[in-house]
Design a protein around this ligand. Structure first.
Ligand code: FAD
Length: 304
């Protein structure tokens, strides 16, 4: 009976598509690790890979350098994240022009968090764009780009309610966004309910689930609290007592992420965005399970 599950079909790999998110490295050592990750994930032929933009625009140069290297030294298509934190419209427009000049055609348009960190009061730059929807408008005015935006299955912590949150998503779509990538979540029912709400609001772009493999449960739990993401009791229970047992922690993390992704596949989801944290192994293993193999000959084996 169970062989008829959608996720167990032999042709499943042709029905799902993935993208990977990286952050710009700070040191030579981190740069080397990112490049190992890129090399390992590249044969999986992701739809695109995205490179984040640091808080307060602090990584502008590093984001640009990473995106340029991906363009020049890999076969991957990069999407540059862009925020309007502490930047005038002129400065944002300049950054867009620089990326376009480099050959970037995809962007993830965001407002961003205050430079003081998540939870601090956000104040738009007096001469700047105010939010994600404005950023989409700026990109649309600058060129024919593929524009992804953020979406929040558990609503953004600053949104007073879901209606306000979804109204912002609607404005982004009206301004030209082609896809939304969600904040990470662990409860697939919440994602499904959110997508239903979004569709009822007349929004029909793909709402791609953002999957966060739990490399470090303590850190993820901490960040979830600030981001408004529910950490279900069953999830905490699975990682309980594994702080000092990295091997078991990694195995449990792989199992948890695989369970989440396979369940979403069963629910009809075909696009996934992985927050890789610049590590390949968990994302690679989960892709393998959903039939995304790429060219196996070219895939470098996992580090021993
Ligand atoms: P918006 O979509 O503009 O706003 C988010 C929500 O807040 C809206 O739904 C809206 O309802 C509500 N809101 C906004 N302003 C107000 C207001 N004045 N009053 C009431 N409600 C309001 N951060 C980075 O710094 N760099 C990155 O590269 C980055 N990449 C990300 C990628 C993804 C896929 C996601 C989901 C998030 C990412 N973030 C990144 C985090 C993001 O910047 C934060 O979540 C930020 O707080 C909101 O940015 P946004 O573009 O989602 O904002």
């Amino acid at each position: 009976m169970s062989q008829f599950r959608f996720s167990r079909r032999p042709d499943i790999g042709g029905k799902v598509r993935v993208s990977f998110e990286f952050f710009p490295p700070k040191t030579d050592e981190m740069e080397a690790r990112l490049w190992d990750t890129v090399t390992r994930l590249q044969p999986l032929k992701p739809h695109f890979v995205s490179v984040t933009y640091g808080a307060g625009g602090s990584t502008r140069e590093r984001t640009a350098r990473t995106v340029r290297r991906i363009l020049e030294q890999s076969t991957l298509t990069p999407a540059a994240h862009l925020t309007c934190v502490n930047a005038s419209r002129e400065q944002v427009d300049q950054v867009i022009a620089e990326f376009a000049e480099m050959g970037v055609t995809r962007f993830v348009a965001l407002r961003g968090d205050p430079a003081e960190g998540v939870g601090a009061l956000y104040r738009p730059h007096p001469a700047g764009y105010a939010n994600g929807a404005d950023m989409v408008g700026a990109l649309k005015a600058a060129g024919d780009f593929d524009i992804s935006v953020s979406a929040y299955p558990e609503k953004h912590p600053e949104s007073p309610d879901f209606a306000t949150d979804i109204e912002m998503l609607k404005r982004k779509v009206d301004n030209g966004a082609t896809r939304a990538i969600t904040q990470f979540f662990f409860d697939n029912d919440l994602y499904e309910r959110y997508v239903e709400r979004v569709r009822r609001a007349g929004i029909y772009i793909p709402i791609v689930p953002g999957i966060l493999p739990v490399h470090n449960f303590a850190q993820v739990a901490n960040f979830s609290a600030r981001a408004g993401t529910l950490v279900p009791a069953w999830l905490a229970e699975r990682f309980d007592g594994l702080d000092k047992d990295p091997q078991t922690h990694a195995l449990v993390a792989a199992a948890v992420a695989a369970e989440q992704v396979l369940d979403l596949v069963e629910r009809g989801v075909g696009d996934f965005h992985f927050y890789t944290m610049n590590r390949a192994d968990l994302a690679f293993a989960i892709c393998h399970m959903i039939g995304i193999r790429g060219d196996l000959d070219k895939a470098s084996p996992a580090a021993a």
